[in-house]
Write a protein that binds this ligand. Structure first.
Ligand code: 5AD
Ligand code: SF4
Length: 436
């Protein structure tokens, strides 16, 4: 068998897609984790910010050198960048033999043979139906404990800054029985935690003559099917975080008490310009409802700083919203213009880099304080941790996560990955709980 090496950039959806790609190619290729012995090298890319694309460009230049020493090596580029830049990439990047967009992975065997014959080696067609629903992904880079399951693909929200509706196409949901089949397969293989994935998971919707399922129905079906397995989900859009979903999360002890709820900005002006579909007040009302129905639930978020026209007042609104919510963690980004998006067409990227950097540092400093405050509340408590592996710093210590998605490093004796253990927290940093 020939050898395949896959390098994945970007989000969890890309990790899940790479596992689908490994399955599609499994008749001809086995996976290797040594790049030098690969016959086929695939780079699964992200376009969400310019920086993500620049990293891949730099990587492709390094790979051009690797290829000079190995004439039979084929290199293919997958994912959002393939979809955004399209066939121009083949001219611009000498290392590349073929490209495939996110909905074209079933055609990879043909693309590979076309690349070998140097005829039209690209497919960036988007589909309104493809969910790879019948493909059982190969989890090749796994801790054996936690796994991702894609339940929706694409996005219909058209936030003005975001490239995803263009790179991943329209939103579509995967049939529930194929999701449950994958859940069962993972349970049989000893997995202890599943994350249901989609750009906007809570708009999951499956309808036919027999069934009518929304996201709360689906997650309830999964949680009751495997009551001994933890269930997570990402990412949720604030406009769809219904009471029905919150009641469902409350009802099942194995649905983790953590919601990733990207706010992007605390200012109504910015939220409007971003086309987020909610106001600051609406968002805060949903947060209040989460705190009421799920008192032990943590919240995390994504924030973009320095979006077009953002004033100091808008920035202050973001800081005060962060404080009001008290996020346990956050992914913070400086706005990066993406060609083809509505923001690129309609607005000017008018916040100077030094102002973006200063505002970024301010939200970062605040978030570190909020993360520390959130962790300090756990000190002295005994929490349940799912062991994922040994700590990076010392292989005598284990690490894992609580239901609230807090990372815990602890002395765990002979406990193994996959074990659920009770850990007493003695101290913490902003990023980690430390205990025994
Ligand atoms: N610039 C900066 N950050 C962005 N994100 C999406 N598009 C952009 C952009 N153009 C961020 C959002 C999103 C996360 C995945 O990436 O916060 O939630
Ligand atoms: Fe990057 Fe978004 Fe594509 Fe994920 S969906 S790879 S974050 S651009």
């Amino acid at each position: 068998m020939k050898k395949l090496y896959i390098e994945t950039y970007g989000c969890q959806m890309n990790v899940a897609d790479s596992e689908v790609v490994a399955a599609i190619l499994s008749e001809e290729y086995t996976l290797t984790n040594t790049m030098q012995e690969a016959d086929l090298l695939l780079i699964n890319t992200c376009s969400v910010r310019d920086h993500a694309e620049q990293r891949v460009r730099a990587r492709l230049r390094e790979l051009a050198a690797l290829k000079k020493g190995n004439a039979s090596l084929l290199i293919g580029l997958l994912g959002c960048m393939a979809e955004r830049v399209k066939e121009a990439l083949l001219n611009e990047e000498e290392a590349l033999d073929f490209i495939a967009g996110p909905d074209a992975y079933r055609t990879l065997p043909q693309l590979i043979s076309r690349a070998q014959n140097r005829e039209n080696p690209f497919n960036v067609l988007l589909s309104t139906q493809e969910t790879y629903d019948d493909i059982l992904p190969i989890r090749y880079d796994t801790n054996g404990v936690s796994a991702f399951i894609s339940i929706t693909r694409g996005c219909n929200n058209f936030c003005t800054y975001c490239v995803v509706p263009y790179t991943r196409g329209r939103e579509r949901s995967r049939p529930p029985e194929t999701i449950l089949h994958e859940v069962e397969d993972l349970a049989n293989n000893g997995y202890k935690e599943l994350t249901l994935l989609g750009q906007n998971v809570n708009s999951y919707s499956w309808r036919n003559d027999k069934e009518n399922m929304d996201f709360p129905d689906l997650i309830a079906a999964v949680a009751s099917h495997v009551p001994h397995i933890r269930v997570r989900f990402a990412t949720s859009h604030p406009k769809d975080i219904s009471d029905k979903l919150l009641h469902t999360i409350a009802r099942y002890p194995n649905i983790c008490k953590h919601i990733h709820l990207p706010v992007q900005s605390g200012s109504d002006n910015m939220l409007n310009r971003m086309n987020r579909g909610y106001s600051r007040e609406k968002y805060l009302q949903r947060v209040a409802r989460i705190k009421e129905l799920l008192p032990h639930c943590t919240l995390s978020t994504d924030i973009i700083t320095g979006f077009c026209g953002e004033t100091e007042k808008d920035h202050q609104d973001t800081l005060t919203l962060m404080e009001t919510v008290g996020y346990a963690s956050a992914f913070l980004f400086k706005y990066s213009v993406r060609e083809g998006t509505l923001a690129a067409k309609k607005f000017t990227d008018d916040i100077p880099e030094n102002v973006k950097a200063r505002r970024f540092n301010e939200i970062l400093t605040l978030q570190q304080q909020l993360s520390l405050n959130s962790n300090l509340k756990e000190v002295g408590k005994t929490v349940e941790v799912l062991v994922e592996g040994t700590s990076k710093r010392s292989n005598k210590q284990l690490f894992g996560r609580t239901s609230q998605n807090k990372v815990v490093v602890f002395d765990g004796g002979d406990r193994q990955p996959g074990d659920l253990v009770l850990v007493t927290i003695h101290r913490c940093t902003a990023a980690t709980l430390i205990g025994k």
